[in-house]
Ligand binder design. Sequence first.
Ligand SMILES: NC(=O)c1ccc[n+]([C@@H]2O[C@H](COP(=O)([O-])OP(=O)(O)OC[C@H]3O[C@@H](n4cnc5c(N)ncnc54)[C@H](OP(=O)(O)O)[C@@H]3O)[C@@H](O)[C@H]2O)c1
Length: 313
Amino acid sequence: MATTMEAIVYEEFGGPEVLRHETGAAVPEPGPGEVRVKVAAVGVNPVDWKRRYGWVEAFYPTTFPAVPGLEFAGTVDALGEGVTDLAVGDEVLGWTKTGAYAEYAIAGTVAPKPRGLSWEAAASLPVAGETAQRVLDLIGVRAGETLFLHGAAGVVGSVAVQLAVAAGITVVGSASESNHAYLRELGAIPVAYGEGLAERVAAAAPGGVDAVFDAAGHGVLPVAIELLGGEGTADKGRIATIAATDAAEYGITFSGVTGAPDAVRAALTAQARQAVEGTLAVRLAETLPLKEAARAQELSESGHVRGKLILVP
Ligand SMILES: NC(=O)c1ccc[n+]([C@@H]2O[C@H](COP(=O)([O-])OP(=O)(O)OC[C@H]3O[C@@H](n4cnc5c(N)ncnc54)[C@H](OP(=O)(O)O)[C@@H]3O)[C@@H](O)[C@H]2O)c1
């Protein structure tokens, strides 16, 4: 067994240039109860570059040297003491404890990868699936209601659209014009974001909006409050954001913490099954070699990537 591996490492906050591609990084050893995986594909998330800039220390603290990356798909390759629920050779998808931009990582919460689900599709699911379901649950949106989803064509947004539509919820989703056909395919009513958004959403939802999921930020919270009746009337418990860090100033919840591991594992297992059955899909934008992690993060930061960026060690 190799003791060194390929990994992306950074030792200070900053731009993409702080990311170093190493070929002699130490392979992590699983402690008691832990599992090591050989990473096959890594999902790139906006939080990877937000963390690299040092912007998310309050809820996602960094210890240097750091390896970026939350989500992966790969194969269990070593077991720590006392592990009985997984075996070497099991194919899994989920979160890492040590950073996914690496050949090997210590797994956090994982679920079995169904045979037939590609590594890329599997690595795209954990963060978007968990986040989308967590926020839909938080705002309590139900069958027969109407949801406004800001940033509906993004990775999290598009998964939330699919889960909501499948649950019998009418979804009005904002996106760039070039994503409107995609949103229609997913079963949402597309609207353009920017000036006049509240009027366009109201026209698309003549019966009114019951809840708002902000999956993009960019100052939409006043619009969300207006759509639910305005300041003083809006039930702010029915609005949540995953992107607006100034949410508390509006009395709105910023949702950023994953749920209990058992529930997360159960939901991811179900979503992976839906993905292989073809009822839940994440668009794949581009697959790049791990050494191009800095470019992948720059693309993600551009804000309009159409789907998930994947890195392959
Ligand atoms: N708190 C959490 O637990 C959590 C978890 C996951 C993600 N997030 C955050 O959620 C956000 C989305 O993540 P993602 O992975 O879905 O990213 P993504 O796939 O890159 O999607 C970004 C979205 O932002 C939209 N957008 C870009 N500029 C906009 C603007 N000026 N106004 C409105 N929308 C705009 C894009 O729409 P078009 O492409 O249609 O223009 C796209 O839908 C990121 O900020 C990420 O950090 C938070």
